[in-house]
Design a protein around this ligand. Structure first.
Ligand code: ZN
Length: 405
């Protein structure tokens, strides 16, 4: 078997799901592109962005200036903060309801619109279709989050066309941030192709229809990406702030917790208290599936990011990843109950999803989980919390939450 090459700086190997290249010095493309963050002229990049978006300001205040897709966690607060307070735009916030909501996520969505005084549009698809889609993607390619990503990436685009708001402003571009797929200077914009290949694991909604007849047209039409002619006719663009603002999620999120009412919390299987606090299953079953399929989990992404920002050494990061990865996912049984499958069926899909070579490589790379309290304490200075740990909330999966006015 060919030996997998790992980056000498971060924790990614050639087996990264987005594909990564490692240069002759042993450094990956993600780390190389990250180096741009310390060399680019961010003042100049900001002025470029400002000039670009100024032309989208509504002349007569009869429509929104742009759309900002949001969730109840992660970079949403900071993105809205930049768009509303720093760029002076009036955004329409758009949220796809993934129906795995935690009370923290619902509160964050309420706080974000209250803090920044924004209107929000929330799309909730009927639970029968959602459950059918989840069962299909779970059986077909072991994903319980396809619908969440598909909805999050399509609903803003459909809204842009329906409401004639041509500019969509996203936070970070994952391909640039994680694996250095493009330079910041490429100023990459939203595309159908990237969405299908990377966000949706190669499956657009129509690819889910098959002869079994479980899913019908009625279940999937809401996830269909608008046609090229509709996009073109309405001049729809989606830009990423991370190409114009030096992106550093923990620093940005900490600021939002301290100043803007964002709620952060300790969640399962990671040290990051800002990301995925809105979702009961993301760091549980979903993360377990990611690890079985690709050989690494979300905490590897987060630890690699921390290495690049100079807040963690590679040696400590390996221990931290091992420590969190060895924790058993919780709430999986609740997922089975909601979706209507029995636990042995879940177990069967988990077992058949294992990509053995990847998992073995990962195990070899992260064996030492001897981590001490001092190392965890150090993390708590960057990843602050202002609420009790998520697990202490009584189990409550909220399908539709009005918020906490
Ligand atoms: Zn690297």
């Amino acid at each position: 078997m060919k030996k997998t090459v790992f980056c000498k700086k971060c924790l990614y190997g050639e087996n990264h799901a987005f594909k990564i290249t490692i240069d002759s010095e042993g450094i990956c493309s993600g780390c190389r592109i990250h180096e741009e963050k310390n060399t680019l002229d961010w003042k100049y990049r900001w002025s470029k962005l400002k000039k670009d978006v100024d032309s989208y300001k509504s002349k007569d205040a009869r429509n929104y200036d742009c759309i900002v897709p949001v969730t109840g966690a992660g970079d949403s607060f900071y993105t809205v903060y930049i768009v509303k307070e720093k760029l002076g735009l009036n955004p329409l916030l758009v949220n796809y309801n993934r129906q795995y909501n935690t009370p923290i996520g619902i509160k964050n969505l309420a706080n974000i619109r209250r803090t920044f005084n924004c209107d929000i549009l929330i799309q909730t698809i009927n639970p029968i279709s959602i459950k059918k889609i989840i069962k299909t993607t779970f059986q077909k390619f072991a994903s319980i989050h396809w619908h969440a990503i598909a909805g999050h990436t399509v609903f803003p685009v459909q809204t842009a066309i329906r409401h004639k708001i041509p500019l969509i402003i996203w936070g970070a571009h994952q391909g640039v941030e994680q694996v250095g797929m493009f330079s910041h200077e490429n100023e990459i914009e939203m595309t159908r192709r990237y969405r299908k290949e990377h966000d949706l694991m190669g499956y657009e909604s129509d690819d889910l229809l098959d002869t079994s007849g479980i899913l019908t047209e009625e279940d999937i039409w809401q996830f269909r990406y608008p046609s090229d002619s509709d996009l073109f006719r309405n001049s729809i663009r989606g830009i990423y702030l991370s190409n114009f603002v030096r992106w550093d999620p923990p620093t940005q999120n900490k600021l939002m917790v301290e100043k803007a009412g964002m709620i952060s919390s300790k969640i399962q299987r990671t040290f990051d208290t800002y990301e995925n606090t809105d979702d009961w299953f993301y760091m549980g079953l979903h993360d377990q599936l990611k690890m079985l399929k690709h050989g690494y989990s979300k905490v590897t992404d987060q630890a690699s990011r921390e290495i690049r920002h100079g807040r963690m050494t590679r040696e400590i990061a390996l221990k931290i990843v091992s420590y969190y990865q060895s924790q058993m996912p919780i709430y999986s049984k609740n997922f089975c109950e909601w979706i209507g499958i029995d636990y042995p069926s879940l177990d069967f899909i988990l077992k058949t999803s294992i990509n053995k070579p990847f998992v073995e490589i990962n195990n070899m790379n992260t064996q030492n989980k001897d981590i001490n309290d001092k190392q965890l304490e150090k993390l708590e200075k960057v990843f602050i919390t202002n609420s009790k740990p998520l697990i202490e909330y009584i189990y409550e999966r909220i399908s539709i939450g009005k918020g906490y006015p």
